[in-house]
Design a binder for this molecule. Structure first.
Ligand code: 3PY
Ligand code: ZN
Length: 618
């Protein structure tokens, strides 16, 4: 269209073409930009089509075809966010404590796909279902939709700006509180950041759309959570839900460290630090039904705050834990859409609704509505099949290795990548040994990564964990382990493992704990908080994200099948660049590689042939 417009231009025909020609004609500039954008998209599509980084696509079913009908013109049903906006966070928390119905957080938008599909679900696929969730399940307490690994993965693998996702979801579900998982001082990263970073992060997240911040620290160190709690409270509008991370087995007579008393002392500090809600974060699914009953009862007896329970269904029985907790008075629980539930993810929302319907604590959610959303998620899960962890069924081994749900799926993939795939049981056993050597710590991001890195290093080196413990200097020790031992993540609940720690740190120069922010970065945080946070938290992935935008333009316009696998010969793909601007892209042929390894990918775009050269990396 650009060339055609140019040819028809009277100035062009008359030979009066100055450099201002295009500048003076914004309509031609748009044409030129979109031609350029088209080329960028074709370049991306050529690269994935030829190189298939995720293998061939496994489904042609469009998830959108599975969405239940809704009347998008009807007024949106009121939801918990209306109450939060009206009454503020304290009254909102008080109401949660006072209500009889058990409140439910829906985790499919964050933890479920983090735990099942390596966090790969793209904003586009979340946005298609978001209005349906807002209309069909307005009784939800919140939708956990951001934080945890989503931020990192958006920049690193999805070519997405995590802030755009949050802003879009906010708009799509205005009646429902959006919840995020915040790793205390580590925010959404793996090491602690200065308080100014936490402050800026929380302020920007609350302004963009987060209503409920679930804050935890990987070693249950309340001092490491305090800046985040203070920052959330300072917003005046957002809810500070502060988590105690659950590990071990409090009902076991052999449990000497993580006892009921330990959790109650921790909850005391959490309450004093200003929590509106106390969360039990059972990241590995270790909380057994009797322990849930004991812990929930004790927390509700001693504290005024409502209690919110989060678990993973790794061993397969956590609906039992939810029901025991509900019986004991827990105020809110987490669950995921059935198609994205179970094993390393949360228990199923359908089974929770069905199990409580007709009881005084019924969720208020409509079972049919909840069920109607399942086919969509099932189809989405098939699209993301390349990222399935390979864990086909529950595993009771979690009671021994204690690997968090979000890590278990990941660790299997890491083990496969290191050639240890057929020795995964050894990785699990060594994870348990590494945990013991490091002092029986709480294992959740980033402390879980420390234990996982050590386990992989030991299995990779065929090391005997006892020999490593006695003689750590004989071995290469992962950086994360040295950082942990030098106190980078704070102090572990059981104290430091000695003499192992001193020996392991011999001759090392540990980095200072938290570096201060430079005046330039402080200024940048004020001037451009989102971009600066991306850069400070994830410098490498942010560069990759920017490079992708430059080279390919915004890939959010591509459907996920195209994004992952490119396009197939003979199929025409409609790509909506923006409302009213649709590209029609087809693939004619892919040539053999020439002697430099280049292939010519022959596309059609808007009916015209568009050859793109691409290197075959396979
Ligand atoms: C995260 O930090 O991403 C987690 O999900 C921890 O459970
Ligand atoms: Zn979780």
């Amino acid at each position: 269209p650009f060339l055609q417009a140019l040819l028809e231009e009277p100035d062009f025909q008359a030979g009066r073409l100055s450099t201002a020609f295009i500048d003076e004609r914004p309509e031609l500039r748009t044409a030129r930009i979109s031609a350029d954008r088209g080329t960028k998209l074709l370049t991306y599509l050529a690269e994935v089509t030829v190189n298939q980084p995720h293998g061939p696509g496994r489904t042609r079913i469009s998830p959108r075809s599975k969405l239940p009908a809704i009347d998008a013109t009807a007024p949106l049903p009121p939801g918990a966010r209306d109450r939060l906006l009206r009454e503020g966070p304290q009254a909102f928390a008080d109401a949660l404590r006072a209500q009889e119905a058990v409140a439910v957080t829906e985790t499919t938008f964050r933890d479920a796909h983090q735990s099942l599909l390596a966090t790969r679900v793209r904003t586009r696929d979340l946005m298609h279902v978001a209005p349906h969730v807002a209309r069909l399940t307005p009784q939800l307490f919140s939708v956990e939709a951001w934080g945890g690994a989503t931020y990192d993965v958006a920049l690193r693998f999805l070519a997405e700006d995590p802030w755009d996702r949050l802003a879009q979801l906010r708009e799509a579900m205005p009646n429902l509180p959006l919840q995020m998982l915040l790793r205390g001082r580590n925010t959404v990263g793996y090491t602690p950041y200065p308080t100014a970073v936490t402050d800026a992060f929380v302020t920007e997240a609350a302004a963009t759309g987060i209503d409920v911040f679930r804050i935890f620290d990987a070693l249950n160190d309340v001092n490491q959570m305090r800046p985040a709690i203070d920052a959330v409270r300072a917003t005046g509008t957002a809810v500070a839900e502060v988590a105690l991370c659950y590990t071990g087995d409090l009902t076991s007579p052999g449990e000497k460290l993580y006892t009921l008393d330990y959790y109650l002392r921790l909850a005391e500090q959490i309450a004093e630090a200003g929590a509106h809600i106390i969360a039990i974060k059972d990241m590995a699914g270790l909380l057994r039904a009797p322990a849930a009953r004991t812990l929930v009862t004790a927390l509700r007896e001693r504290f005024d705050q409502p209690v919110h329970l989060h678990t993973h269904d790794t061993a397969g029985g956590q609906l039992g834990t939810l029901l025991a907790a509900i019986d004991a008075g827990v105020d809110a629980v987490d669950a995921a859409s059935a198609a994205m539930s179970g094993t390393t993810s949360q228990p199923s929302l359908s089974s929770l609704v069905a199990a409580t319907d007709g009881t005084p604590r019924a969720t208020g959610l409509d079972l049919t509505a909840v069920n109607d959303l399942e086919p969509y998620w099932e189809a989405v899960r098939q699209v993301y099949a390349p990222f399935e962890s390979g864990l086909l069924a529950p595993t009771g081994r979690v009671y021994t290795h204690e690997i968090p749900g979000g890590q278990l799926s990941n660790l299997r993939q890491q083990a496969i990548a290191l050639g240890l795939g057929d020795r995964f049981e050894a990785v699990e056993d060594t994870y348990a040994a590494a945990n013991r050597i490091l002092g029986n710590i709480v294992k959740v991001t980033p402390s879980s990564k420390v234990v996982g890195d050590l386990a992989l290093a030991l299995v990779g080196a065929k090391a005997d964990p006892d020999d490593f413990e006695a003689n750590p200097t004989k071995y290469d020790i992962p950086d994360s382990v040295i950082g942990f031992l030098s106190g980078e993540l704070g102090d572990p609940p059981g104290g430091w493992p000695e003499p192992f720690r001193t020996k392991a740190l011999e001759g090392r120069n540990p980095k200072p704990r938290v570096t201060e922010l430079s005046p330039e970065d402080a200024e940048a945080l004020r001037a451009a908080p989102r971009q600066t946070l991306n850069r400070l938290l994830f410098p490498g992935p942010t560069k990759d994200f920017e490079k992708s935008r430059d080279a390919y333009s915004d890939l959010a316009v591509l459907g996920t099948r195209e994004f992952l696998h490119g396009i197939e010969v003979g199929h025409e793909h409609e790509i909506d660049l923006e409302p009213g601007k649709r590209l029609l892209i087809g693939l004619q042929s892919v040539s053999d590689a020439d002697d430099r390894g280049m292939r010519t990918v022959m596309f059609t775009m808007g009916g015209q042939l568009r050859p793109i050269q691409v290197r075959d990396e396979k």
